[in-house]
Design a protein around this ligand. Structure first.
Ligand SMILES: NC(=O)c1ccc[n+]([C@@H]2O[C@H](COP(=O)([O-])OP(=O)(O)OC[C@H]3O[C@@H](n4cnc5c(N)ncnc54)[C@H](O)[C@@H]3O)[C@@H](O)[C@H]2O)c1
Length: 331
């Protein structure tokens, strides 16, 4: 079995695939890209080199990045040629099962038997894509986020047929590319998009119910709880806010919105056991010593204070659109 990844191909050099190829090439991997045609792949390479030069000038990538991308990124005349002799292939074609099946079948028929194959699918379970792959034990989801050159986290999803031994090999590749991979179970939408789409759905419900305008929803999210999310996930935020407080808030939500906002079992059990979070040293998933609480609070204060500075330095998003009335007149 393959122990280390040194070479890669990315099939589908569009928005995500291009950024993935750019990131791996910048990190020193030899990367071949393929798209619907050789011409499309050549154009993508030129775009990625020009973009890397711009990012380097802006100080967004490290010095020498554009040169590394130019040296390490090459073009395959076809999918088959691009994947013929690489350690890892990332599929990043459109999120349509028929296209992914066709492309994954071509990749897996043409690459070496030990080549690890990842899909960048946002939502499709490994179980629905694996039947198209020759040798599904070397297939998994390696889900990069948008924009790929900058977002550090990657979801890794192994399917029932995936050989678990390939997961650390992929994680090692991601770490050498400056990324961190977290493994989650094989369900539609995995973790990232399941959470993200719940937020979007509820935000849209709020607008349709006439509770707030889209711009105000965006402002509230980015300046309040979204502000914290760069540093902490929902479990640690709940620990810091107080689990007893959250349990009481769920009671209001359940009364207003019914079962879908009912007190979750994890929280009910924690509060039932006297776990109130950081304030009594008993969190949802772990206990905190007094020293850990002090460290956590100090880290939080510094993180938020520096983020405020960054937001002040950068200013607001440059696009100010004229509001479009999304809430129709009530009759
Ligand atoms: N856009 C995002 O924010 C985002 C984030 C994470 C994951 N993803 C996922 O990444 C994948 C790609 O999304 P994208 O936004 O980069 O799409 P995109 O449309 O920008 O890129 C898709 C690329 O695939 C190429 N392509 C189409 N059919 C092909 C074929 N048969 N053979 C080879 N190449 C082919 C297209 O020419 C295009 O360059 C999807 O599965 C998507 O769900 C997207």
């Amino acid at each position: 079995m393959l122990q280390i990844i040194r070479t890669a191909a990315v099939v589908g050099a569009g928005y995500m695939g291009g950024g993935i190829a750019q990131s791996l090439a910048d990190a020193g991997f030899q990367v071949v890209i393929a798209d619907v045609s050789a011409d499309a792949a050549v154009a993508a390479r030129e775009r990625l080199i020009a973009e890397s030069e711009q990012f380097e000038r802006q100080g967004l990538l490290t010095p020498g990045a554009a040169g590394r991308v130019r040296d390490n990124l090459s073009v395959g005349a076809s999918i088959e040629q691009a994947v013929a002799d690489v350690d890892f292939v990332e599929e990043a074609v459109p999120e349509e099962p028929a296209i992914k099946h066709d492309v994954l079948a071509r990749i897996s028929a043409a690459c070496r038997p030990d080549t690890i194959i990842g899909s960048n699918t946002s939502t499709l379970p490994v179980a629905t894509l694996a039947p198209a792959v020759v040798g599904p034990e070397r297939f998994l989801t390696v889900h990069w986020s948008n924009p790929a050159p900058f977002v550090p986290g990657i979801e890794i999803v192994a399917g029932a047929a995936t050989d678990p031994a390939i997961v650390p090999v992929v994680k090692d590749m991601l770490e050498r590319a400056g990324r961190s991979g977290a493994q989650v179970a094989d369900t539609p939408g995995f973790v990232l998009n399941r959470l993200q789409y719940v937020l979007l759905k509820e935000a849209m419900n709020i607008v349709e119910e006439g509770i707030a305008a889209p711009e105000d929803v965006d402002t509230i999210v980015s300046t309040t709880f979204g502000f914290r999310l760069a540093f902490f996930g929902p479990f640690q935020i709940a620990d810091m806010a107080g689990l007893d407080v959250y349990a009481n808030c769920f009671a209001t939500f359940e009364k207003a919105f019914g079962e879908r906002f009912a007190l979750p079992g994890i929280l009910a059990r924690a509060v039932g056991e006297g776990r109130h979070g950081v304030k009594n040293g008993k969190g949802l998933t772990a206990d905190y010593t007094e020293e850990q609480v002090l460290d956590l609070v100090a880290y939080r204060s510094e993180a938020y204070s520096r983020l405020v500075q960054l937001v002040r330095e950068l200013g607001p998003s440059p696009i100010h659109r004229e509001p479009v009335p999304l809430v129709g007149p009530t009759s």
